[in-house]
Structures are given as structure tokens and as C-alpha cells.
Design a protein around this ligand. Structure first.
Ligand code: HEM
Length: 475
């Protein structure tokens, strides 16, 4: 029996070695391996190092996968992730060049289920002139002065309405509340839909839709991907109804993002493409922005000195505005609350809501002496840069003061990406978070229950961030 076992184990090791040699030979033989960064493809073909990457991502130090290899091989190394040979960059300079390259060099590349759900015409996937056009239209819409004052007023009313309902005798789940508010604000900005039955329906379908973003890429009845695609179809139908109404009125006024796209004369901007993109654009409203708000509350709860300074700053502005009998403007939230802005910046650095971006090389690319072969993926991993102790003193300490009176070095700080795909919603994300923080700290004191941050597949709080609130007496 023992002999059989030894034979079986020896045979298994032999087979594994053979497969491994074949694997390394086949992947390396197509390129000049001396120029490809050092690294490993792992033992198993196709799986590569994906399991190591995911298990680190689930831990409380998700960057440990990259940090371990960066110490062994350097800041740029090769790996095999999500079915593709991949160059991982934790070098700010290399990542900057990747972000600034256009579609002749790199195109976006995401796991298969994500690509299927977003569809071929999503802004997150398309390239070239159409991507630049849509990016420009969305970006200028979010920068327009009318929109800024409209969004500020709407966000304030959603926040006040929501906070007005909060009770002191049961915990408030900050993550849920923030999601609800940020989703309503974004849907209003995208398609001018107010809270009501259609909004609730959209929210319901949207939950089904995003459940499939990191699912197994199998699309037939019964699978999550199938259900998510069905949900997206229903959302597209609702949005298409709104588009047809708008086309009927033909006012030519730009009240929301759909108007901005409809009023453009580009023939490639079909109704279907616009409706599908509206669904994709709801993702940050449900995910990134509410997480920014939630993490800010989490870090402030753990750092009383920062909370005191932020509260004083917000109280002062609130009293001044009351005295002047003036409403708050977009500018007040962004420019007159400098410490609040540093809290948001520090939350973005530590929170790493988007851990990095993935691209595929369209040709052999050389960056700083590293060769990225054609067809390989490249993963610009922001998290290790944001937590690098050579760039940030005590990087795991929440320290908003590190940003005071300092120009931000956007080479080392890329929570919103960069280059041609720099997030067009970054000002909106900061504004929404400022408004949320302002009303939260000026209306309530609170005690947070224990909770921890989960980083995979998306960043979120394990227990949805329960807090016990007490209303401040004067408000
Ligand atoms: C805390 C909040 C947010 C974070 C951390 C964030 C982060 C990012 C990052 C890192 C990218 C670059 C992706 C890449 O290079 O492939 C991006 C792109 C994008 N973001 Fe955001 N985002 C946030 C909020 C928003 C909001 C509120 C919107 C509004 C609709 C938005 C819309 C977009 C769009 C449309 C793109 C794609 C741009 C393109 O490829 O041309 N984001 N975002």
C-alpha cells in the first residue's frame, strides 16, 4: 500500500514538472525573455498565480501578494493572473506611462464576466475617437456650473431627507444609507429620474445586475451571469423609454448626462449605446462613491483628533452660512472646507476603492527597460504605490495632515486613474462625500460598532458599518 502511495506521489510530481516546463517554455519562447521582468507564472497552467492573488486580496493585507514579489523581483514583475500572462506594475512611473498610453498601445482588459456584462459599447471598454467623445461629453457635463448647483441642492435634500428618518434606538448602517443616497444622486444626474416606483425598480434590477460583475463567466438560464444580463436588459428598456420621451420633446436643453449624449450629433451614439452606458455609469453610484463616504466615517471614527478638527471646520462654516442666510454652493463644500478635503484625499489613499486598472498590450511595449509582450495583460496596481513607505511616512496611519498645504503629486496618487481615462466623476465623488460628511458631523455624534474592511471582489465593510447616533441638540 505504502509503495503504491509513493509511486502515485512520484508520478504526480513528475507530471507537474513536465506540465510546468511546457508551460514556462511556451509562454516565454514567444518573446525575448531577458527583457521581460522577472517573476513567476506559478505551478499550474492557466490558473497561474490567481489563487495566491485572490487569497491575499481577501486578507487584511491585500497588497501582500504584490509586496512579496516586489521585494523578490522588483517593482515591476511578471505573473499569470485571471488566465493571462500579466506584467504587474507597482512602479508609479511605469503605471503613469501605462495610463497615458492610447489604444494603439494598450486597451482595457477585465475578467470575462465583467466584459460580458458591460457589453462591447461600454465607455469602460471602447477605444479611440468614440471613447474620447463620450468621455469628453460626460466630463464637461459634470463640470458645468448649472449642474454643480443643481446637484449640490439635490444631494443636500436627499441627505437631509435620509438623515431625518434615522433613529437613535437602533443602529444606522452607514454603508446602506450612503449607497441609497449616492445611487439616487447619480440616477438623477444621469437620467433625471426622481425617487419613486421607477427608481425602486431600477435599484432592484441594479442589485441583480452587479451581483454578476465578478461571477463565473457562464451564460445560460440558472447562472448568475444570465440573471445579471436579463436585469441589465430590463434596465435598458426603462432607460430607453426615457430616451424616447426626450427625443419626442426635442428641447435641446442639457439637463442630464443622457441629454448631453443625445444632443451630440455623432451618429455612433445610438439610443441603445446610450441606454447601456447609463447602466454602466450607475456602478460608481452604487459602489465607489458610497464606499468613499463609508470609509471616511470609518477612519474618522478611529481617529478622534481628525474628527474633532473636521467637526470644528464644518460647524464654523455652518454657523457662518446661517448668519449670512446663504445656501451652500458646490464651491463652499469643495474650497471652504480644506481640512474636510484632506480627509477625503487621505481616505482615497488608504481605502484604495479601485485597487488598480488592467490593460492588454496591442504590441510589444518597452517601458523603463521592461518589455511587455504583445497580447499580455498589464496590471497597474495603485494600492502598493499608495501604501509605499518611501512615498508616504507611516502609510498605514490615517493622517489627513500629511496633505495640508501641499500640492498633490498625481504621479504617486492615482485613485481616479489618469491619462485619457481619468475618471470624469472625480469632482462629483468629492462633492457628494463633502456634503455627506458635513451633514453627518454637524447633525450627529456617534459611536461606531466594531467592523472591518473587506477588499475583494470590491471594497466594502464586513458589517455594513453600524453606528449608534445621537442628534446634536441645536439642529
Ligand atoms: C470614489 C469614487 C470613484 C472612484 C475611486 C473612481 C475611480 C475611477 C478610476 C480609477 C477610473 C479609471 C479606469 C481606467 O483607467 O480604466 C475611472 C473611470 C471612470 N469613472 Fe470613476 N471613480 C469614481 C466615481 C465615479 C463617478 C461618480 C462617476 C460618474 C458617473 C464615474 C465615472 C467614470 C467613468 C465614465 C470612467 C471611464 C472613463 C473612460 O474610460 O473614459 N466615476 N473611475
Amino acid at each position: 500500500m505504502e509503495v503504491l502511495l509513493i509511486l502515485a506521489v512520484t508520478a504526480a510530481i513528475f507530471c507537474l514538472c513536465k506540465i510546468r516546463n511546457w508551460w514556462n517554455f511556451n509562454v516565454n519562447s514567444t518573446t525575448k525573455s531577458s527583457q521581460i521582468p522577472l517573476g513567476s507564472f506559478g505551478i499550474f497552467p492557466f490558473v497561474g498565480e490567481t489563487i495566491h492573488f485572490i487569497s491575499s486580496a481577501y486578507s487584511d493585507r491585500p497588497e501582500s501578494f504584490v509586496d512579496k514579489r516586489r521585494h523578490t523581483y522588483g517593482k515591476v514583475f511578471k505573473s499569470h493572473l485571471f488566465g493571462s500572462p500579466t506584467i504587474v506594475s507597482s512602479d508609479a512611473e511605469v503605471s503613469k506611462i501605462i495610463l497615458q498610453s492610447d489604444a494603439r498601445t494598450f486597451i482595457p482588459s477585465y475578467p470575462k464576466s465583467l466584459m460580458e456584462l458591460m457589453g462591447k459599447s461600454s465607455i469602460l471598454v471602447i477605444n479611440g475617437s468614440l471613447q474620447r467623445r463620450i468621455h469628453g461629453l460626460i466630463g464637461s457635463f459634470f463640470k458645468s456650473a448649472t449642474l454643480k448647483s443643481q446637484i449640490t441642492a439635490e444631494m443636500e435634500s436627499y441627505v437631509m431627507e435620509s438623515m431625518g428618518r434615522w433613529r437613535e434606538d437602533s443602529p444606522i448602517y452607514i454603508q446602506d444609507e450612503a449607497k441609497n443616497i449616492a445611487f439616487q444622486v447619480l440616477v438623477k444626474a444621469l437620467i433625471s429620474l426622481d425617487p419613486g416606483i421607477e427608481m425602486e425598480l431600477l435599484k432592484k434590477y441594479f442589485q441583480e445586475f452587479i451581483a454578476g460583475l465578478m461571477s463565473i463567466p457562464l451564460n445560460f438560464p440558472g447562472t448568475q451571469l444570465y440573471r445579471s444580463l436579463q436585469a441589465k436588459r430590463k434596465m435598458v428598456r426603462i432607460i430607453d423609454g426615457i430616451i424616447q420621451e426626450k427625443r419626442g420633446c426635442n428641447e435641446g436643453i442639457t439637463k442630464d448626462v443622457v441629454d448631453a449624449l443625445l444632443n451630440d450629433k455623432n451618429e455612433q451614439l445610438t439610443d441603445e449605446l446610450i441606454a447601456e452606458n447609463m447602466v454602466d455609469l450607475m456602478i460608481p453610484g452604487e459602489d465607489s462613491v458610497p464606499l468613499l463616504m463609508t470609509l471616511a466615517i470609518k477612519y474618522l471614527s478611529d481617529c478622534p483628533a481628525a474628527l474633532t478638527q473636521l467637526t470644528e471646520e464644518n460647524m464654523k462654516l455652518k454657523k457662518l452660512k446661517e448668519k449670512l442666510k446663504e445656501p451652500f454652493s458646490w464651491n463652499d463644500y469643495v474650497s471652504s472646507l480644506p481640512f474636510t478635503q484632506t480627509v477625503i484625499t487621505e481616505t482615497l489613499r488608504m481605502g484604495n476603492i479601485i485597487t488598480g486598472v488592467m490593460r492588454k498590450a496591442m504590441k510589444d511595449v518597452e517601458i523603463k527597460g521592461h518589455l511587455i509582450p504583445k497580447g499580455w495583460c498589464v496590471f497597474a496596481y495603485f494600492r502598493s504605490v499608495h501604501l509605499d513607505d518611501k512615498l508616504y511616512n507611516f502609510p498605514y496611519q490615517f493622517n489627513p495632515w500629511r496633505w495640508q498645504d501641499k500640492e498633490i503629486n498625481y504621479g504617486n496618487f492615482t485613485p481616479f486613474g489618469g491619462g485619457q481615462r481619468l475618471c470624469p466623476g472625480l469632482d462629483l465623488a468629492r462633492l457628494e462625500t463633502s456634503i455627506f460628511l458635513h451633514h453627518f458631523v454637524t447633525k450627529f455624534r456617534w459611536e461606531a460598532e466594531d467592523d472591518s474592511i473587506v477588499n475583494f471582489p470590491t471594497v466594502r465593510m464586513k458589517r455594513r458599518m453600524p453606528v449608534w447616533i445621537k442628534r446634536r441638540r441645536y439642529s
